[in-house]
Write a protein that binds this ligand. Structure first.
Ligand SMILES: [Zn+2]
Length: 256
């Protein structure tokens, strides 16, 4: 039997044999970046990530470091190991990395943030079998049971419709990357007009450039006009929202 791939923790997960960091927090040498959420991204000397994540890092966040951008399933050999990315289903471009030691075939899968239920705006997760698995476990405890997506979608529609019928402005909060787009996709086909915060608008454009179809949306410019607003959670106390006296708000985390 071959020995497992060594894994160390040095303020981040590190695989010493291929000299590869996994979502390292501080700037490091070579690091895999599983997706473009801020808590997974840092200024490394060399980044390996999926093609959509590379697009987001360069176009939306202005990264200039060298990036090895891999298609899902496209093998890349480095330091005596073969790396393959698989979709993680968390946000567009989110990836797991599968590492195989070429000498003996010993393998490891690092999931990053992942979601097994199919989303509307991210590639469906496709975990690969491996000898060692390092995984995010936010909802790993078996007592977490979530309602079916259709139920959640219907509840969100009803909530928005009730708010509009009552003359209120419904505001849905979701992270500008990924969760806001998923929220908009959930609203599709319900005859609900959508206006989004500028940060969400920028990310919507990036998603559309990457081939994702979103329902019609416009950038919020101070007039809600019977629309559902989709804003990032950190704008909850911002001036534009404070000005809307008759709003009702809800958070759509999308984590599960
Ligand atoms: Zn994330």
């Amino acid at each position: 039997m071959s020995a497992p791939l060594p894994v160390t923790w040095q303020k981040g997960i590190y695989l010493p044999e291929p000299a590869l960091w996994l979502d390292a927090h501080g700037g490091q040498g070579l690091s895999f970046v599983s997706h473009a959420h801020a808590d997974h991204v840092a200024n490394h000397r060399h980044i390996v990530c999926s093609v959509p994540t590379a697009h987001l890092l360069r176009e939306r966040f202005g990264f200039t470091a060298p990036i090895t951008a891999l298609e899902f399933g496209q093998p890349w050999e480095h330091g005596g190991h073969r790396m393959v990315l698989a979709p993680a289903g968390h946000v567009l471009g989110s990836a797991m990395i599968h590492v195989t030691r070429l000498a003996d075939g010993e393998s490891l899968l690092y999931t990053g943030d992942f979601k097994l239920r199919h989303g509307l705006t991210a590639e469906p997760a496709q975990p690969l079998p491996a000898d060692t698995v390092i995984m995010e476990c936010t909802f790993g405890q078996p007592h977490y049971q979530f309602p079916p997506l259709e139920e959640v979608r219907a509840a969100i529609h009803r909530w928005c419709r009730d708010a509009l019928d009552n003359g209120s402005v419904p505001v849905l909060f979701g992270y500008s990357l990924g969760k806001a787009q998923e929220t908009q996709a959930l609203l599709a086909g319900e005859d609900l007009a959508i206006a989004v915060h500028p940060a969400v608008a920028g990310m919507n454009e990036a998603y559309e450039q990457l081939g994702v179809t979103l329902p019609p949306w416009e950038k919020y410019i101070g007039d809600s006009g019977g629309r559902v607003l989709v804003f990032p959670p950190n704008t909850v106390r911002s001036t534009p929202l404070r000005k809307i006296k008759n709003k009702v708000t809800a958070m759509v985390s999308g984590w599960a």
